[in-house]
Design a protein around this ligand. Structure first.
Ligand SMILES: NC(=O)C1=CN([C@@H]2O[C@H](COP(=O)(O)OP(=O)(O)OC[C@H]3O[C@@H](n4cnc5c(N)ncnc54)[C@H](O)[C@@H]3O)[C@@H](O)[C@H]2O)C=CC1
Ligand SMILES: O=C([O-])CC(=O)C(=O)O
Length: 260
């Protein structure tokens, strides 16, 4: 499998290292990269032996089988349709883009026409399997996530005291914190949707990890799950688990035995 990568930040670099240097995806390789900062892209291209494309169309038209997006919600909104229309599968990290129902339906329709597929890694959380099973007969009643991060991981957070930065729906949360709460949107997609999923974001100077506590109720019983994530070394906003989940999604993409 030849992978095209959008974004050369934390997750992008982790994938370049794990796949192209450490060989963690057996024969698969990242073959091409497209990212905003052209100087950084040129350096990554040399370091990890990938082709550097200066525009998205060139990446799409290159000899790749699928695209991994590790950039921003805007990148997904701007480029997903063209990637999927070309018949190439797309793995997303900026899952917040799918909170927009019209956008979701549009790219779903494009997939139906082109045969491409969208893969959504579980990101910095877990428990999605429970929600999917619980809602399969429509008996999932409530879902919420409480995210607690150190102040340097949240825009506008005070350095010296704990503060609730947001409390409301996932739909509002991703508008206000597009780089910090993608987890609430995959949780919504697995469960009750962005309007019905509760979100609380707390800035806490006493913690060094990004923790996510998920609570759900339904006819199945109750779910209570807390993940305490180590941040990526170079970006406190992003949990290491989010990067691992992309690698895992790529590993399992063509599995003949699927779990969950
Ligand atoms: N699903 C989840 O659970 C999680 C999702 N995320 C999201 O994953 C994405 C990637 O995260 P990181 O690697 O930590 O971010 P990062 O900020 O370290 O890297 C983003 C990269 O995207 C590139 N980029 C930005 N705008 C671009 C454009 N218009 N065209 C091409 N490239 C562009 C930047 O140059 C940079 O290389 C972010 O959207 C982040 O919010 C992060 C953590 C968890
Ligand atoms: O990495 C995390 O802990 C969560 C995050 O930034 C996101 O969901 O956007």
């Amino acid at each position: 499998m030849r992978i095209g990568l959008i974004g050369g930040g934390n997750i992008g670099k982790f994938l370049l290292q794990s796949i192209n240097i450490d060989g963690l995806l057996s024969g698969d390789k990242i073959a091409g990269i497209y990212t905003r900062n052209q100087q950084a892209a040129a350096e990554l291209a040399t370091e990890f032996a990938v082709e550097n494309y200066s525009d998205i169309q060139s990446l799409i038209q290159s000899n790749i089988d699928l695209v991994v997006e590790a950039a921003t919600i805007k990148v997904v909104k701007d480029y997903a349709a063209a990637i999927l229309a070309s018949g190439k599968d797309l793995v997303l990290t900026s899952i917040g883009a799918l909170a927009d129902e019209d956008f979701y339906k549009n790219i779903e329709e494009i997939c139906r026409e082109s045969g491409a597929m969208i893969h959504l890694p579980s990101g910095a959380i877990g428990g999605l399997d429970v929600l999917k099973a619980a809602k399969s007969i429509g008996e999932l009643e409530s879902v919420s996530i409480t995210t607690r991060k150190p102040p340097q991981a949240l825009p506008g957070a005070p350095a010296d005291q704990e503060q609730v930065m947001f409390e409301g729906s996932a739909a509002e949360a991703i508008e206000l914190f597009p780089k910090n709460i993608n987890v609430s949107i995959i949780l919504s997609l697995a469960g009750l949707g962005p309007e019905q999923t509760g979100v609380k974001i707390i800035s806490d100077p006493a913690v060094s990890k990004n923790s996510h506590t998920i609570e759900a109720t339904g006819s199945f019983g109750t779910l209570s799950l807390k993940v305490e994530n180590d941040p990526m070394p170079n970006n406190p906003k992003t949990s290491y688990l989010a990067a691992l989940s992309v690698l895992s999604a790529l590993k399992n993409k063509n599995a003949v035995i699927k779990m969950g």
